[in-house]
Each structure stands twice: as C-alpha cells, then as structure tokens.
Design a protein around this ligand. Structure first.
Ligand code: IPD
Ligand code: CA
Ligand code: CA
Length: 251
C-alpha cells in the first residue's frame, strides 16, 4: 500500500519538478520540497482513499491542487470508480475562473434546495478524538433528516461528487491540504460553496471543511456550526496547520 502511495507520488513529482522547477511542493508522502519562497504551492495526495484501494473497494483517487499565494488556482482529481471487473476512471478538473470539467464536459452542482431531499457525505479521520465523536453525532442527526449520509472514504472523490451534482454536500474535520486543495476549487468552479465547519472563510490550511451545492449550505451550518463551536469551546485547536512557514499568502 505504502509502496503504491510512494510510487504514485514519485511519478507526479517527476512531471511537476521538471515542468515547474521553481515551485514549492507539499506531497503527503515526501513532505515539502522546492523553493520555500515560491508563490506557487502544489498539494499532492498520490492516493486518497488508501483503505479502499487496499480492498479494491470503489472509490479512491489521485488529487493534485496548485495554490497561488494560498488560493487554489488549478486542480485535478482522477477517481478510480467501479470496482473489480469494471474499473474505470473519471478525471475532474478546474481552474480559477475557468469552470469545472469531468472528462472534458462542464459540470455543475445540484439545484436541490432542501436538506430533506439531499444525499450527504462525510468522512472520519484515523484519529478517534473529540471531533470524531462530534461527527458521529452529526452523522446520526443528518441521517434522520436527509435522504442519507454516506461515508465513502476518499475526500477528493467526495468533493468531486458534490461538483458533479451526485451529492449535495460533504464535510469532514481534520483534513490536510493535500486532501482538500483540488476538491475545493472543483466544487467552487462547479457553482458550489466552501467554508469551514464553523462557517468561517476557508483556506486549505484549515482543519475542517464543508462543501455544498451552495443552496443547502446555511441549512447544514445550522447544526454543523454550533457543534463545531462547542468543540472550539472545549479547547480543540482549529487553527491553521500544515502551512509552510515562509509560504506567502493573500489571507
Ligand atoms: C483519507 C481519506 C478519507 C478521509 C481521511 C483521509 P488517505 O485520506 O480522504 O476519506 O476520511 O480523513 O485521511 O489516508 O486515504 O489518503
Ligand atoms: Ca488523503
Ligand atoms: Ca493519501
């Protein structure tokens, strides 16, 4: 497994370093490499959904997002879908101001405007801490009031699904920049909305994300927001993490 993650990252790095030798790169496997003062930061998850990959369970993905001064500028997520005997891929990509595409076709979030008619998705990190418990409770609450809450296991694919209009929203605590940099731009460019789980303005260095079709965003924040504020009151740290020290940002 780890071998596949590393192999995948090395193939991606070879291309990025050759094409953009003066950019900074943050890879999940290899950490930071390149020019620490570059305005460009590549965030690479060479295999998102490792557990799914190990079991041959759809889906998993490769996620690559590049930031310019902290803001997502271009991204792509290649999702491996289908499963044994019917694997295929779809490539979802976006550029800032240029829209979002899947296999070359423009994509758009759904128009569903009620949580009761929404299919929702969340994720649970490896650390079973207070935020994890809070999210188990959110999972229960939203299972009661929506069409269902799914837990697929690849954050980047989960966000692509919101952009494709298959699902209405996705949220998770404790993701890392390489999990989110590509997906958040894809959702925004597909007409959706991105915030932190307390409703605050999102950066890829934050520790929570809520992406949605935009229409149901505030309805979701009605419960997700206060639950997140309670965690903050308990002293759970949601401040920026994984931000390279010298990396210049516009926020
Ligand atoms: C994980 C997946 C999963 C999410 C976890 C991530 P990995 O990434 O995105 O869906 O729930 O929080 O860590 O470890 O498979 O690259
Ligand atoms: Ca990941
Ligand atoms: Ca990974």
């Amino acid at each position: 497994m780890a071998r596949t993650d590393k192999l995948s990252e090395s193939v991606i790095l070879e291309v990025v370093r050759k094409t953009f030798p003066d950019h900074l790169i943050l890879g999940e496997e290899g950490g930071l490499i390149g020019d620490a003062l570059s305005e460009y930061l590549w965030c690479i998850d060479p295999l998102d959904g490792t557990t799914n990959f190990a079991h041959g369970y759809p889906s998993f993905s490769v996620s690559i997002g590049v930031l310019f001064r902290g803001k997502p500028a271009a991204s792509t997520v290649v999702e491996f879908c289908g499963g044994p005997m019917c694997w295929s891929t779809r490539t979802v990509s976006a550029s800032s101001g240029g829209g979002a595409y899947c296999n070359g076709q423009k994509i758009h979030v759904s128009k569903t405007d009620k949580v009761e008619q929404s299919l929702l998705v969340t994720g649970f990190g490896y650390e079973h801490d207070d935020a994890w418990v809070t999210n188990i409770n959110l999972f229960k609450e939203y299972t009661d009031i929506s069409r269902g809450v799914r837990r697929l296991g690849s954050a980047a694919a989960d966000m692509s699904h919101v952009a494709l209009g298959i699902t209405e929203a996705y949220w998770e605590y404790r993701l890392k920049p390489w999990d989110m940099a590509a997906g958040v731009l894809i959702v925004e460019e597909a007409g959706g909305m991105v915030s932190r789980m307390d409703g605050g303005e999102f950066t890829v260095f934050d520790r929570s994300v809520l992406v949605s079709n935009g229409v149901v965003h505030d309805q979701l924040l009605d419960r997700i927001g206060p639950a997140t504020e309670d965690l903050k009151k308990k002293g759970i740290d949601f401040s920026l993490w994984f931000k390279p020290d010298k990396y210049p940002t516009d926020f």
